[in-house]
Design a protein around this ligand. Structure first.
Ligand SMILES: Cc1cc2nc3c(=O)[nH]c(=O)nc-3n(C[C@H](O)[C@H](O)[C@H](O)COP(=O)(O)OP(=O)(O)OC[C@H]3O[C@@H](n4cnc5c(N)ncnc54)[C@H](O)[C@@H]3O)c2cc1C
Length: 570
């Protein structure tokens, strides 16, 4: 093993959380040696596609108290409130810091940074850069990261396993996709910033790289996944492709209309209408679909998002990307015609269980960003809190990881080599040198999609979830017989796809079992057989640990500081 394959802190992921963490780690000490490993070039991380904006209190008419309450109410009182307090306090400085690093926030004519309305937020507090916020944020972070020569990047390297020695995480194995070589990379601290796993579902806004890798890696290594039952549907995706039509389009005044021409949200959330939170709006659209008041198209039911009354000037100024996407992918112009939309999977509230500094239960292993469940978002995330979460907790965990690394002794290279050998043999035996094998990655993935949509979608029942658990168990067994066609080394996307599906099946199983275990409706979890929220039985987090028989559950209390649970009303 060459010397440069050993670092102080290794960050898996080059999205907003990973790059913010790398910069924070570099600022701890100029001598800290940092690695950022990413399966795609960092600027292609999913963060780049975020459109709407990032939330923080920047105006006098707003207050930290209100941002905190909105977040806790949005979470259906499952967020840990010490985490929420840290988040709202640090959010403004993080967004201003990003401006100083070059992020071109949109501005009002008086020169102040603009803010827009977002679902579930009581006042306008979402900062944005037109409707390409993630693109500009990621550029600012990436360019800033280049300033630090101690950050070494491994672009297009795919992490396949975590190396655990004596109960501590001491590195990863990563496949250099260009050469097909598997390398161990040793580090004293490993920080997972691998994003979410929307690809587990058939209709999603998530890029194809979002396959829950980090969640599965941590779960396999013995860490807990927390609150996995809470999967967020975004109410306005394009049918078929799942491409997101940003919440900013409703924030700027767009209307949701059914087949009868009604603004049907009057029936569900008259106080907030289009500015209601995502879980409630997604359920409203699904109910309109189920009760025959939606349009029918090639990809099933849909409703209309009407922007026409905003006029061409506002659309071009505030929502140019929405216009571009709809013209390109639906072939209509939203200035003249309403946009067909349906709920699509968008975000995972659950993830690798961490404390406020990103530490997991495995020493040396941390997590931040969408892969982590820290728990800011509880049972339902408010739009525009996620990008800010990546900055606030990316920075905190980057710092915590770097400080932890400074105090650790160097890792024994021999132990790591033998762990890496094992992983190399596993990949050869199950994929690259396997004889026979009758199952196909694409068909297993399709069956996973079907059972997740039918059993674990917007509405769930004990029966539908049980069926998904049974199907997923069978799919995991059948995966053992999977065959890939490409046995080559260079850019073997066939192999990468198989490894990603293996991750997704494990995460999917965890989602289905967690949803079955939570016998109540709260936030994004809507159980038709348990339609009420039950604080008496379920005001706690569910921690899932991997066992050969499926997940084993433990409970963890919710931290409540300032906002006692009450009925969630809008
Ligand atoms: C279309 C869209 C629009 C959104 N709009 C908004 C918005 O307006 N406001 C908001 O707050 N939130 C928004 N979100 C949510 C938000 O963008 C994400 O939650 C956030 O960007 C996640 O950032 P991250 O750094 O955690 O992960 P990502 O940006 O997803 O990055 C993950 C990184 O991990 C790497 N990686 C993953 N697996 C591996 C592996 N096995 N080996 C090596 N590397 C790996 C990837 O290469 C990548 O670099 C949106 C999400 C989507 C999908």
């Amino acid at each position: 093993m060459t010397e440069e394959m050993s670092h102080d802190i290794l960050i898996v992921g080059g999205g907003a959380a990973g790059l913010r963490a790398a910069i924070a780690a570099a600022e701890v000490d100029a001598n800290i040696d940092i690695a950022v490993v990413s399966k795609v070039f960092p600027m292609r991380s999913h963060t780049v596609s975020a459109e709407g904006g990032a939330a923080a209190v920047l105006r006098e008419e707003d207050s930290l108290e209100l941002h905190g309450f909105d977040t806790v109410r949005g979470s259906d009182f499952l967020a840990d409130q010490d985490v929420v307090e840290t988040f709202i306090e640090k959010a403004p400085e993080e967004l201003i810091q990003l401006e100083h690093w070059g992020c071109p926030w949109s501005r009002d004519p008086d020169g102040r940074i603009s803010v827009r309305a977002f679902g579930g937020m009581s006042v306008k507090r979402t900062v944005y850069a037109s409707d390409k916020t993630g693109f500009h944020m990621l550029h600012a972070l990436f360019q800033t990261s280049l300033k630090y020569t101690q950050i070494r990047r491994y672009d297009e390297w795919f992490v396949s396993s975590l190396l655990i020695e004596d109960g501590k995480c001491v590195g990863v194995t990563a496949l250099d996709l260009e050469t097909g070589q598997l390398h161990p990379i040793v580090a004293k601290a490993i920080l997972l910033c691998t994003g979410g796993g929307g690809q587990i579902f058939p209709f999603t806004t998530n890029a194809s790289i979002k396959s829950g890798d980090g969640m599965a890696l941590a779960y396999r290594a013995g860490a807990a996944l927390k609150d996995m039952e809470f999967v967020q549907y975004h109410p306005t995706g394009l049918p078929g492709t799942g491409i997101l039509i940003t919440e900013a389009s409703r924030g700027e005044g767009g209307h949701l209309i059914n087949k009868e021409g009604e603004r049907f949200l009057e029936r569900y959330i008259p106080g907030k209408m289009e500015m209601g939170p995502r879980d409630i709006l997604s359920r409203a659209i699904m109910t309109e679909m189920n009760e025959g008041r939606a349009f029918e198209g090639e990809y099933g039911g849909y409703v209309h998002l009407d922007l026409r009354h905003l006029g061409e000037k506002i659309i071009d100024e505030k929502l140019p990307f929405v216009r571009e996407l709809v013209v390109k992918y639906v072939g209509i112009d939203p200035v003249h015609e309403p946009i067909p939309v349906r709920p699509v999977v968008h975000y995972m509230m659950g993830g690798v269980s961490t404390d406020i500094n990103g530490n997991t239960s495995i020493p040396g292993l941390l997590a931040a960003g969408e892969v982590a469940c820290i728990t800011l978002n509880g049972a339902n995330r408010l739009g525009s809190n996620s990008l800010t979460e990546c900055l606030v907790f990316g920075a905190l965990s980057g710092r915590a990881g770097a400080q932890y690394a400074v105090d650790q002794k160097p890792v024994s290279q021999n132990a790591v080599r033998s762990l890496a050998d094992k992983e190399q043999k596993r990949i050869a035996k199950h994929f690259l040198e396997k004889e026979g094998g009758t199952e196909r990655v694409a068909s297993l993935q399709e069956e996973m999609h079907l059972t997740m949509e039918q059993g674990c979608g917007v509405y769930r029942t004990g029966e539908s979830l049980q069926e998904s658990c049974t199907t997923l168990k069978k799919l995991r067994e059948r995966f053992a017989d999977v065959a890939i066609d490409d046995r080559g080394r260079i850019f073997n996307t066939d192999l990468r796809g198989a490894l990603e599906l293996e991750f997704m099946l494990e995460v999917a199983e965890c989602i289905a079992h967690s949803a079955l275990a939570r016998e109540e409706s709260r936030g994004a979890q809507s159980r038709l057989d348990f339609p009420e929220r039950s604080d008496e039985k379920f005001l706690h987090h569910l921690l899932a640990y991997a066992t050969p028989e499926g997940p084993r559950f433990e409970q963890q209390p919710v931290t409540i500081t300032r906002w006692p649970p009450e009925e969630r009303k809008y």
